[in-house]
Ligand binder design. Structure first.
Ligand code: ATP
Length: 362
């Protein structure tokens, strides 16, 4: 099948890592021998565009995104590109795509590839997924909230029954299909806030629709502790927008950092794929950005396209990429400085493409 994929390289290291993703897609297409094709369209969006034009994403480009088969995003945001109230202009793009395309499920795998540097003494095989509710919670207040005379600021968290049901169903379905422990851990703060007690009761009710999947509920502070103490015990976690945002960075730290952490924002009809990291302005332009997180996001994209379109070629290609990343990390060569190596982005890309060629030919 041929897929129309919109690339949004964005700011900082975004264009550097998306360039690697593009090469990976080209290699995949080559190895698929006609079974899989990509029509790639690049869109100028992000904080750089906002600074030049006053808008982070043009309306026609939003339309391109809306009608594409999938979107692959680099990273958005520059430290000094901010709205008067302090919000980052680059985030406008991600929030617009998430809210207007209703990409309600943030899917963030946390997997330790053998050879990746974990700061945990005995990390063991870490392999779980954080499912983030993407459209509600505290972040739903953006860009609203109340500001009074420079003296008071308030943001309201929103938890709805339908929003909680659909994210819970997404998490339970994922846990049912994964080769894991078939368990969902729901994260909340039901002991302090009524909105989270409501969240918990809705998740518990949804759980009865999935008899093959176990449910446990933990408070968010305990979840932070357990993700460090016993990360192996998790399979699928589901949480409100901000909690999951924070916990997924914690999870990323345990498996080698943001440079190894992919993510997907999934809706009923659309999928946006991007690394978990930001634009990393401290290393932008130095040629040392780790492209693995974005390349793994490409694998997620192909996996999603494969199951959505019943397309075994895309599913197989997702496996190739995952295996190639595993090979490069296990080899200990071709690693960028953030994960203990001394290679450049280009050298890592080269190692990845060679590994991909080997995997696809096997
Ligand atoms: P955001 O708020 O947009 O998520 P941030 O400012 O919190 O972004 P990042 O831009 O993700 O954070 O960067 C955090 C740190 O991780 C920086 O020191 C950055 O250099 C490093 N980092 C992030 N991504 C990568 C990468 N792909 N390769 C190497 N280092 C990275």
């Amino acid at each position: 099948m041929a897929y129309n994929v919109v690339l949004l390289p964005g700011d900082g290291i975004g264009p550097e890592v998306v360039a690697v993703a593009r090469e990976v897609l080209q290699h995949v297409e080559h190895h698929s021998a006609g079974g899989l094709g990509f029509q790639l369209e690049t869109v100028d969006a992000g904080a750089g565009r906002w600074r030049r034009t006053g808008s982070a994403l043009a309306d026609p480009d939003f339309e391109l995104c809306r009608t594409a088969d999938a979107m692959l995003l680099g990273s958005m945001g520059l430290p000094d590109a901010r709205h008067p109230d302090g919000r980052e202009a680059g985030s406008d793009v991600i929030f617009r795509l998430r809210f207007e395309l209703d990409l309600f499920a943030g899917v963030r795998p946390v997997k330790l590839y053998p050879g990746a540097p974990s700061p945990l003494r005995e990390p063991g095989p870490i392999d779980y997924v954080i499912v983030r509710e993407n459209t509600e919670g505290l972040y739903a207040a953006r860009p609203g909230g109340s500001r009074v005379e420079g003296e008071v600021a308030a943001d309201t968290s929103i938890i709805t029954r339908s929003g909680t049901e659909r994210i819970a169903r997404h998490a339970f379905a994922l846990a049912g299909n994964r080769a894991g422990q078939h368990r969902v851990t729901s994260v909340d703060k039901a002991n302090v806030l009524g909105s989270y007690a409501f969240w918990r009761s809705v998740v518990e009710r949804v759980s009865s629709e999935f008899p093959g999947v176990a449910l446990e509920s933990v408070y968010v502070d305990a979840a932070a502790l357990y993700l460090v103490q016993r990360p192996r015990s998790f399979d699928v976690l589901v949480a409100e927008n901000m909690f999951a945002d924070i916990l997924s960075d914690l999870g990323a730290a345990t498996i080698g950092g943001l440079g190894l952490s992919p993510s997907a924002d999934i809706g009923a009809d659309q999928g946006l794929f991007q690394s978990a990291h930001g634009s990393a302005p401290d290393i932008a332009g130095r040629g040392i950005a780790n492209p693995h997180a974005t390349v793994l996001s490409v694998a997620m994209m192909l996996g999603w396209l494969g199951s959505r379109n019943d397309d075994p070629a895309a599913t197989r290609a997702a496996g190739w990429i995952d295996d190639a990343v595993g090979m490069v990390i296990a080899s200990g060569d071709g690693l960028t400085p953030d994960i203990g190596g001394s290679r450049s982005t280009a050298e890592t890309a080269q190692a990845l493409l060679l590994a991909l060629d080997a995997v696809a030919a096997a």
